[in-house]
Design a binder for this molecule. Structure first.
Ligand SMILES: [Zn+2]
Length: 445
């Protein structure tokens, strides 16, 4: 039996087990900012590695980049981010001065301050770029922006990558990196943050092939989530309607996930047309166009973008994997009436792959178990745990999604065998210590 998921439980698990902590917590926090703990780093790193593998290893014509967070402010003028296209409508309470997204208030039919009931100002446009200053003088000339998306770093390096890698259309450039947006109302835990991480890929193509590649990327990206274990019923594609399209987009579709707080975007697939390369050519004076070998005419490549949020995805993977079993999965007396949590993450994403658990804290079991753990550590992230009862230790590992628990008992000393327990089936298999590595390698493949 499974209970309804709610965000509070996920947030609490994330804090308790070291996935995600509130930013600057000992100082009372900082709105819209979170820190990843030891297990959160592992999990989000596994998400990023799965994406990197998909993009750069399985596609021979997609190249990886790591561009700077800080760029010349002209970049953001060219991209349109400093003008109205990258603003949110803001209304402020005249009494408590809390700020709200005007469009969110309108959606909910609210015309007074949701916090104190005070009157609200008329909506005004609020730019989302985060500003800072570079150099010793703080004036307009030293103003720079923390990038609002990683994509622009890709466009400004278009020629560098193309020439250095001898690439020709169609080809892609992708990168993983931090981006910053001064969200008026951050929220839903790590879903909408002011500092966040993106995994973006820009696929450069001939304009005539835009529809074909838009469809192709939509399918490929959707499949990626399914392959990593997200349940089909929790994913959907939502095309943007005309009024909703970003300033650069010709067509757009969101991959949405069914979060405890509703259906929300985890990745966007956009046909950005020739907006980006033509604008950067115009603003920089550098020619980023291509020549059509058939007609001899110059054109700007179109871009199909796949833009995913690492944090949103990480949250989606946790939510999707989270299962509560009332009364417990085991039938032992002590677990009755307890709620057991199992994080059924795909093995590739699990932060810890193997837990090694000696049945006693005494020698020679501890030595033997530590020896097994240190051998397996060469290939996988392994936790060693000799505290509490074995049942409790199994549940601790289930809760963080560890696929395999290896228990070392007194018989192990004589028969050189251990018991391997599978997280999902709870089946226990006795096997020779010497065969562990091959067995686990096969299972984690
Ligand atoms: Zn108010």
């Amino acid at each position: 039996m499974e209970k309804e998921k709610n965000l509070e439980k996920i947030v609490s698990l994330c804090k308790r087990r070291g996935f995600v902590f509130p930013g600057s917590e000992i100082y009372g926090g900082l709105a819209g900012i979170y820190d990843y703990g030891p297990l959160g780093v592992e999990l989000s790193m596994n998400v990023k590695n799965a994406w990197r593998r998909e993009m750069f290893r399985l596609h021979e014509n997609i190249f990886e980049l790591d561009s700077s967070i800080l760029m010349q402010k002209r970049v953001w003028q060219a991209s349109g981010h400093t003008s109205a296209g990258f603003t949110d409508p803001l209304r402020e309470c005249k009494k408590c001065h809390h700020r709200f997204r005007a469009d969110h208030l309108t959606e909910q039919g609210i015309d007074k301050c949701p916090d104190c009931g005070g009157d609200l100002t008329e909506p005004k446009r609020f730019n989302l770029l985060v500003e800072t200053h570079l150099g010793p003088v703080q004036d307009d000339s030293s103003l720079v922006y923390l990038r609002g998306e990683t994509a622009q770093g890709i466009y400004v390096n278009y020629n560098n990558v193309k020439i250095s890698q001898s690439a020709s259309l169609p080809f892609g450039i992708g990168q993983i990196g931090k981006a910053f947006r001064n969200e008026i109302t951050p929220g839903h835990f790590i879903y909408r943050m002011r500092e966040f991480e993106q995994m973006e890929q820009q696929y450069f193509i001939k304009p005539s092939e835009a529809d074909k590649y838009f469809e192709q990327w939509k399918e490929e990206r959707l499949h990626w989530y399914l392959d990593l274990g997200i349940k089909k019923e929790n994913l959907r594609l939502r095309p943007h309607v005309t009024g909703e399209l970003a300033h650069y987009a010709k067509a757009a579709v969101d991959i949405e996930y069914n979060f405890p707080f509703g259906w929300h975007e985890i990745e966007g697939i956009h046909n950005r047309g020739d907006w980006d390369l033509s604008r950067h050519s115009e603003y920089s004076g550098q020619d980023l166009s291509e020549i059509d070998t058939g007609t001899g005419k110059r054109f700007y490549p179109y871009v199909i973008e796949t833009s995913a949020g690492v944090d949103r995805l990480t949250l989606a993977f946790i939510v999707d994997a989270y299962e509560e079993v009332i009364g417990g999965r085991t039938t032992t007396t002590q677990s009755i009436k307890e709620i057991e949590v199992v994080l059924k993450l795909d093995h590739r994403l699990s932060p810890v792959k193997i837990a090694v658990l000696p049945l006693s804290k005494k020698e020679p079991l501890v030595n033997m178990a530590k020896d097994i753990a240190s051998k397996l550590r060469k290939n996988w992230n392994v936790q060693y745990d000799d505290t509490a009862s074995i049942g409790k230790r199994y549940r601790r590992q289930d809760e963080i999604g560890t696929p395999f628990c290896i228990s070392v008992d007194f018989e192990s000393i004589d028969d050189k065998k251990v018991t391997v327990r599978d997280r999902d089936t709870m089946k226990q298999e006795r096997m020779e210590i010497g065969k562990l590595e091959i067995y686990i390698a096969e299972k984690l493949k």
